[in-house]
Design a protein around this ligand. Structure first.
Ligand SMILES: Cc1ncc(COP(=O)(O)O)c(C=O)c1O
Length: 399
């Protein structure tokens, strides 16, 4: 097998990441090990709050907070005023969905299209709306590789399609959906297009102008390596001019004597109270990733994931479950002789962090493939081929 190549010094990357000395962390799709600069940034701001007060610390960090919007905008190829900083991918996605629900509303006959591998927290609100309004949830068929079938999707489009929800990299099947192809098919349609980039932000290049979505939501703690409790939402020009978030607060709008004015740009999707320490940490994480280069990170993760797929599939009884043509850094597998929960237990006992992937996260995808649980392995740039080999050895000896 060819060695994994990288433009940077992996020893430096690992030295930047204190957790590397303690565990083999192959659960970056859950929450990555942050580089020290991220934790230092959070703690430094918390210390400032301790010393001078939370509001005063916020005022002192105002310029650095603005720089976080600039950094996220660079990451996704947008303007800073198209970025909202939120607490999670779910919060970002929900704020977008609530705005469509409140402004446009859903009616009987409306069609809500979702990818077959869509994340549970994106499908549940669609099911809720459908059960109350008579709108209909439809899953877009997969193509032969397992990705959203763009041609089939195009043939489904009509004027009743009110909303399209696509997860860029599903959390459970290793594939990368063609979100730009879907965006291109939607050109000229009135449907609202929501892309969940929770697992792709920090892992793959994200170009919002190429994707053409109305919204792109993501979390801080996964491949971006930011703190827990952070995320962002990109909102298009159309979204920020046509949609009214619901409910508003005194940050997303101003209460005037005669009514209210909604904040300009994507900040209308934010609430006033947030952890500024965590958001500054998110900024540090984004800057760290941009300094390394997203293309280089993507290449390294891709090579490590390919190494994992190759090593695991060589083991008797192991079936790698990933689909798709373009693959993400998420590797999933089952073992004929050892149930996935027991396999995760044995891997964890060997000092390796992986996760158990179950239908609760993506019911339609698991049901369609008859899988009840599987092991998920998700390397990041700071991982090594030796760590993957150690995982493969534990799996090969699992009973
Ligand atoms: C594809 C996908 N979307 C959304 C989410 C939800 O992210 P958060 O927990 O930050 O809301 C996850 C979390 O695992 C995910 O994998």
């Amino acid at each position: 097998m060819s060695p994994v190549t990288t433009p940077w010094d992996i020893a430096r990357l690992r030295a930047d990441t204190p957790g590397c000395g303690r565990v083999v962390h192959l659960n970056n799709a859950g929450a990555a090990l942050p580089p020290a600069i991220v934790t230092d940034t959070v703690v430094e701001h918390l210390r400032l709050e301790e010393q001078i007060g939370g509001y005063e610390a916020h005022a002192a960090a105002q310029e650095r907070m603005e720089a976080v919007y600039d950094s996220v905008a660079r990451l996704v190829g947008s303007r800073p005023d198209q970025v909202a900083l939120v607490e999670s991918a779910t919060e970002g996605w929900s704020r977008a969905f609530q705005a469509v629900h409140f402004t446009r509303g859903f009616r009987p006959g409306d069609r809500l299209l979702a990818s077959g591998a869509e994340y549970a927290s994106n499908v549940l609100p669609l099911l809720q709306v459908a059960s109350r309004t008579g709108a209909k949830v439809e899953f877009i068929p997969d193509d032969a590789s397992g990705c959203v079938d763009v041609a089939a999707f195009t043939s489904m489009l009509d004027s009743d399609v009110a909303l399209v929800a696509i997860t860029h990299c599903p959390s459970q099947n290793g594939l990368v959906n063609d979100v730009a192809g879907i965006g291109a098919a939607l050109r000229g349609s009135d449907a609202w297009y929501l892309v969940d980039a929770c697992q792709s932000a920090g892992q793959l290049p994200l170009d919002t102008s190429a994707i053409g979505a109305d919204f792109v939501s993501a979390t801080g703690r996964k491949f971006l390596r930011g703190p827990r409790g952070t995320g962002f939402l990109y909102a298009s020009e159309r979204a920020t001019t046509e949609l009214e978030p619901f409910p508003l607060d005194l940050h997303s709008a101003t209460w005037e004597s005669g009514g209210y004015t909604i904040a300009a740009g994507a900040r209308r999707f934010e609430y006033w109270e947030r952890s500024y320490a965590a958001l500054l940490g998110l900024g540090a994480a984004v800057d760290y990733a941009l300094d390394l280069g997203i293309d280089a990170i993507a290449a390294r993760i891709g090579e490590l994931a390919a190494h994992a797929r190759e090593s695991l599939s060589a083991i008797d009884g192991v079936i790698v479950r990933d689909r798709g043509v373009a693959r993400s850094g998420i590797v999933t597998f089952t073992h004929d002789g050892v149930p996935a929960p027991e396999l995760v237990r044995q891997i964890t006992a060997a000092g390796i962090n992986v996760s158990l992937s179950t239908p609760d996260y993506a019911r339609r995808d698991f049901d369609a493939h008859g899988i009840t649980s599987q092991v998920r392995v998700s390397p990041h740039a700071y991982n090594t081929t030796e760590e993957i080999d150690k995982l493969a050895e534990v799996v090969a000896n699992a009973r």
